[in-house]
Design a protein around this ligand. Structure first.
Ligand SMILES: *Cc1c(COP(=O)(O)O)cnc(C)c1O
Length: 384
């Protein structure tokens, strides 16, 4: 029960248009508080913010300025296009692009004062050649692969480039980074292996600030924080680890409205495919949201399946049958009628229904829950 206080939520609903059927509330105060908590956890390392994929679906236009106001100076995005959008919002921020240099994009990086994360020897050579040509020692990061086999210089590439003084003198190396594959599991042996590999390989490159930890990496402790940490999911209220209690505040609340209540008999079925047969006389509430609002169809329930429990205030209600595009049925038999009347609001994600529970029931992770929130719900930013 951390995060958005219930009073805020009811105020938001009071403010709503009577025709409103879905509201996505994004608490910028909670976002700023999560940033401060991560910064304190990682200190004395610096704390950046990852705002790729439209700030994990929450809206970079609102999230990035809020993070900047909270003291964040360094930002990471995935693509050059995202970085150009961010530059328009934050003229003075340091902005890195994880996906690095594609052929013929160096000029666009320079034009908007953006820093590529160079992910291969080829990209390093290309950036060096470009900087030499324009006579400008532009800043960039170099990504070393420490065991994930995705982006980043391989050990052989690091060794081959290590002594290429002309390459390293052509630009400003402002960050050397790597990325952890298994940080969501603190007991995984790969964490220490990757840390050791990063620590060895980085000493072969010119001296520069270092970065290894994403959100989960920060929770692995001071051995993993280096000079700069790069949290994403924890800022937005997701749970970085697979187990235990989420130490971060809920940022996103998604609510739909009860369109009608119907009484159904034991033996009747609910929804498409008739996948759910009722075992008792049931009060069914039909809610105005569905998979087009990011409530995954995988949250559908079959006979006798428990599934995700949604909330009417403090009261829990299970999902009945298939999630469809615009509608979801829930069982409100055990909820007082005044709380479960036509027009009332039902929480599918928020302080009572965590992104983690939502994700686990849908067979996915918090990241996919947040980045799939649809565009139909009205977005309400509070606490900014
Ligand atoms: C997305 C990303 C992050 C942020 O990860 P979270 O798990 O969301 O904290 C950090 N580093 C890299 C390279 C990334 O791609």
């Amino acid at each position: 029960m951390t995060g958005t206080c219930p009073r805020d939520i009811s105020q938001n609903e009071d403010m709503a248009d009577p025709a409103e059927t879905a509201i996505l509330t994004i608490d910028l105060g909670a976002l700023a508080a999560n940033y401060q908590q991560l910064r304190d956890l990682a200190a004395p390392a610096d704390c950046a913010a990852v705002v790729k994929a439209d700030a994990y679906g929450l809206g970079m236009v609102r999230a990035a300025p809020a993070l900047s106001n909270a003291g964040c100076k360094t930002f990471f995005v995935a693509t050059l296009g995202e970085a150009q959008d961010l530059r328009a919002l934050l003229p003075d921020a340091v902005i890195y692009v994880f996906n690095g240099l594609l052929p013929d994009t160096a000029e666009a990086f320079r034009a908007s004062n953006l820093r590529p994360v160079l992910n291969s020897a080829e990209e390093v050579q290309e950036w060096a050649a470009y900087c030499t040509r324009v006579g400008d020692k532009l800043a960039c990061a170099v990504h070393i692969d420490s065991g994930m086999n995705r982006l980043g210089l391989s050990t052989a590439e690091v060794n081959a480039l290590a002594s290429a003084a002309d390459v390293w003198s052509a630009f400003t190396l402002s960050l050397v980074m790597s990325h952890l594959a298994c940080a969501d599991d603190p007991s995984h042996v790969k964490n220490a292996k990757q840390r050791a590999s990063f620590d060895t390989l980085r000493t072969k490159l010119p001296d520069a600030p270092t970065s290894l930890a994403n959100s989960a990496g920060i929770l692995l402790g001071p051995d993993f924080t280096f000079d700069l940490v790069r949290p994403g999911i924890a800022l937005y209220g997701g749970h970085p680890q697979r187990r235990g209690k989420n130490p971060f505040k809920s940022v996103v609340t998604l609510k739909g409205r009860i369109l009608r209540i119907r009484d159904a008999e034991a033996g009747e079925t609910v929804g498409y495919g008739a996948t759910r047969t009722l075992r008792r006389p049931t009060r069914v509430a039909v809610i105005s949201v569905g998979y087009a609002d990011g409530i995954f169809r995988a949250l559908s329930t079959k006979d006798d399946e428990d599934g995700l429990v949604v909330h009417l205030g403090a009261r829990a209600a299970p999902i009945l049958g298939r999630v469809s595009m615009d509608l979801i049925a829930v069982d409100v038999t055990d909820i007082p009628q005044d709380l479960s009347a036509r027009g009332e609001w039902v929480e599918f994600l928020g302080p009572n229904v965590s992104a983690h529970d939502f994700a686990v029931h849908a067979g996915t992770i918090d990241y996919e829950v947040l980045t799939n929130l649809g565009r139909r719900a009205r977005r309400l930013y509070i606490g900014g």
